[in-house]
Design a protein around this ligand. Structure first.
Ligand code: 4AD
Ligand code: MG
Length: 429
């Protein structure tokens, strides 16, 4: 008998099939039992009637929440059932009877749920978020691959910082010290000089000592890098990417967005062109809104939240003060204090989801910046080589996967946007 996945049930109406899954709920009313089974692709109501199968009816007695089961029966169309189909059961086999399952339909505290993250993944909301995450990852790759980018993976063990020395994770590396990568950018720059347009997509690490709803210590970043490109290219590619990703989720993850109760009309507004605003303008707006912000400082979470609440669409803030940003950014032509960089701020109070910039291509200037930032020149010799051998204007950006997923899903905290979140106080499970 054919084993099918629940998501394919619509193609098997009237057929006898096998489902392999787990018990989400079981309810009994006299001579009928309703088993809500899930198999990772969906949920299906399985109707167990004594008259159809004495065996199944008996076997069902032992089932508990999250017991694993193999169910045989005929698929029928049933508008009222979750998913639109149900199974008339003819045989049931308990594979493993679950012990008392800790996560029940009642409310649990977040700390409890995080300690049980390995089980919490099975819950419908978490399941929906992570299906959307997978769709976002695929959409990112499809979009960039479609433009002709090559995926070149960056290393995790690195000899130096790229995004400031205060958030570095240090690790013993035999007789040396290594650092976990904060960003694949510097390696991407080397790859861009070899392949033209590249991206890396992998975990990055920051020893974030603050506990906020938008910081993880381990998060995933998608980083495109382009040779012969400037900040305009960053605007174009990132706008196209974010639009394509949102479109894809709206198209393929309707059910998951529904489970999350997401207001999709807010996502449907995500169309080009996105807004653009200089740092100077942002500071003016913030001051008008009552923020006491000094020119020269990077924008903080509260400030980004304030700004993003007034946006309908994602908005680029660009040309930040050099002193607020990383060492490798190209100065704004004609302006001596700002650099050609941009942060993309998502609407609905979400804040920054992308950070990007044009990179310094001049050797002497880059050497000076490395020294000014107190970075060890020796660890950057290879990076300086990229300016010694055929240097060209180039640019790129990094999209924070979990922040993007949290925004699309409409969830407040990014810890739910990654399967196993790592934060300052949590490395378990
Ligand atoms: O703005 P960031 O620090 O930019 C870079 O690392 C560049 N080197 C990227 C590049 O140009 N290739 O980080 C990029 C994005 C942020 O906009 C944010 O979405 C995410 O990474 N991010 C975090 N996400 C979760 N937790 C954290 N601690 C994060 N730090 C940054
Ligand atoms: Mg940033």
């Amino acid at each position: 008998m054919a084993w099918i996945y629940i998501e394919d049930a619509g193609r098997h109406v009237g057929e006898k099939v096998t489902l392999k899954g787990w018990v989400q709920r079981l309810r009994s009313s006299g001579k009928i039992k309703f088993l809500i089974a899930r198999d990772g692709t969906g949920v299906m109501q399985c109707v167990i009637a004594k008259q159809d199968s004495e065996q199944a009816f008996q076997e069902a007695d032992a089932l508990t929440q999250e017991s694993s089961v193999i169910v045989e029966g005929v698929v029928r169309k049933e508008e009222r059932a979750p998913g639109g189909f149900e199974l008339t059961v003819s045989r049931l086999q308990a594979v493993s009877i679950a012990e008392n399952y800790p996560i029940t339909p009642k409310e649990h505290g977040v700390d409890f749920l995080l300690r049980n993250r390995h089980l919490w993944l099975r819950s419908s909301r978490q399941h929906a978020v992570l299906r959307i995450r997978a769709e976002v990852m695929k959409a990112c790759r499809d979009y960039l691959d479609g433009l002709g980018f090559i995926e070149v993976s960056a290393p995790i063990f690195t000899p130096s910082a790229s995004e400031g020395t205060t958030t570095l994770f240090e690790t013993k590396y035999f007789d040396e010290t290594a650092y976990l990568s904060q960003s694949g950018q510097l390696y991407n720059e080397a790859a861009a000089m070899a392949f033209g347009r590249v991206y890396c997509f992998g975990p990055t690490f920051r020893a974030e000592k603050s506990k906020t709803r938008r910081h993880l210590t381990e998060f995933w970043m998608l980083e495109p890098e382009m040779a012969y490109a400037d900040l305009e290219t960053v605007f174009e590619v990132s706008e196209g990417l974010v639009t394509a990703v949102v479109e894809r989720v709206l198209e393929r993850r309707v059910r998951e967005l529904e489970v999350l109760g997401r207001d999709v009309s807010l996502l449907e507004r995500v169309t080009p062109p996105f807004g653009r605003m200089s740092y100077d303008e942002a500071v003016e707006r913030l001051r008008a809104g009552g923020f006491d912000i000094e020119w020269g400082r990077d924008l903080g979470a509260e400030e980004e939240t304030f700004l993003s609440e007034s946006f309908e669409k994602p908005t680029f803030i660009h040309d930040y003060p050099a002193e607020a940003k990383s060492f490798y950014m190209e100065p704004t032509p004609g302006g001596d204090k700002t650099v050609r960089c941009t942060d993309l701020i998502a609407p609905e109070g979400v804040g920054e989801i992308i950070g990007g910039s044009e990179r310094i291509s001049d050797l002497a200037l880059l050497e000076k910046r490395i020294d000014d930032h107190g970075l060890p020149r020796g660890a950057f010799e290879w990076y300086l080589d990229l300016r010694r051998y055929g240097s060209v204007p180039h640019a790129g950006f990094g999209l924070g996967l979990e922040r993007t997923v949290a925004w699309i899903c409409g969830i407040k905290h990014i810890r739910e946007a990654i399967p196993f979140p790592r934060t300052i106080y949590r490395v378990y499970p």
